[in-house]
Design a binder for this molecule. Structure first.
Ligand code: SAH
Length: 256
């Protein structure tokens, strides 16, 4: 049985230790690329194309799922992540798909437009931003995201639906994001400061991720405070949607 790795991650840097090589080696089993692709039905590709985006940065590429979909859709993609284990997995997946995608091992606080250039769109997907616990740190991260975008550039951030989770309505339908049939995602500790997800695989191997339960309205106001103009909120890729029943909430905003 795997040990829970980090007791109380509180800082921006602690996320990387939660993505142990064991956990990351099972990430694609957890998400099931084919089913995830089916569940999304081209949502992000269409959103970016409608916005006229050509050069896109995926700042939490993880094992590379969205970078691959976006590259296959004809976009020019740069993939970054702060977890070395995840980035290694992404590079392997890019090679497996025969795709040449520029990658960088970078924490969000180290993203620098003078090195990376600027982009028409930035995606931060798979409920990643909630790894940042403190508002003051999220504001720094969002300012860095903004600095990477050209004026009018599109930001797309998604989160698990912490509104529903905090209201006791957690649901993981298995239709979106985590689609793998041989793993279940349940809740551990939940309070206004911490939300723990427990990933249990068929062979009883268990991993835990501890994140901040970032509420949709809070993220919306943080975006508006960080040089973005908030645009739309989607629930499980649809709009309008029921805030108590969506698994994931997707936010779009435009860099001013
Ligand atoms: N987008 C992928 C991975 C989601 S897991 C997917 O949907 O499958 C969350 C990812 O965010 C992890 O790969 C983690 O390393 C990354 N991450 C979290 N905090 C980060 C930070 N401060 N800087 C860079 N990457 C970060």
């Amino acid at each position: 049985m795997n040990q829970y790795l980090v007791q109380h991650p509180q800082t921006v840097e602690d996320y990387a230790s939660q993505y142990s090589s064991d956990f990351v080696s099972r990430w694609d089993e957890l998400i099931d690329w084919d089913l995830r692709k089916e569940g999304e039905n081209g949502f992000f590709e269409n959103l970016l194309k409608r916005a006229g985006a050509r050069r896109v940065i995926d700042v939490s590429t993880g094992s590379g799922f969205h970078s691959v979909q976006l590259k296959k859709a004809g976009l020019n993609v740069v993939a970054t992540d702060g977890s070395p284990t995840m980035l290694t997995k992404a590079r392997h997946n890019f090679q497996k798909h025969g795709l040449d995608i520029e990658t960088h091992h970078l924490d969000w606080l180290a993203l620098d437009p003078s090195v990376l250039g600027t982009f028409d769109a930035l995606v931060c997907l798979g409920s990643s931003l909630c790894h940042v616990f403190e508002e003051i740190d999220r504001l720094k991260v969002l300012a860095n995201f903004k600095a990477l975008l050209k004026p009018g550039g599109l930001l797309v951030v998604d989160q698990r639906n912490f509104f529903a989770i905090c209201a006791g309505r957690y649901k993981s339908s298995g239709q979106y994001y985590y689609c793998g049939g041989n793993a279940s995602v349940t809740l551990g500790e939940v309070n206004s400061e911490l939300c723990e997800f427990i990933y249990t695989f068929e062979d009883d191997e268990r991993y835990s991720l501890k994140v901040y339960p970032l509420l949709p309205e809070q993220l919306k106001s943080e975006l508006n405070a960080s040089g973005f103009s908030y645009r739309d909120m989607y629930g499980d890729f649809k709009r309008p949607f029921d805030m108590l029943s969506a698994d994931f909430v997707i936010h779009t905003a435009v860099a001013l």
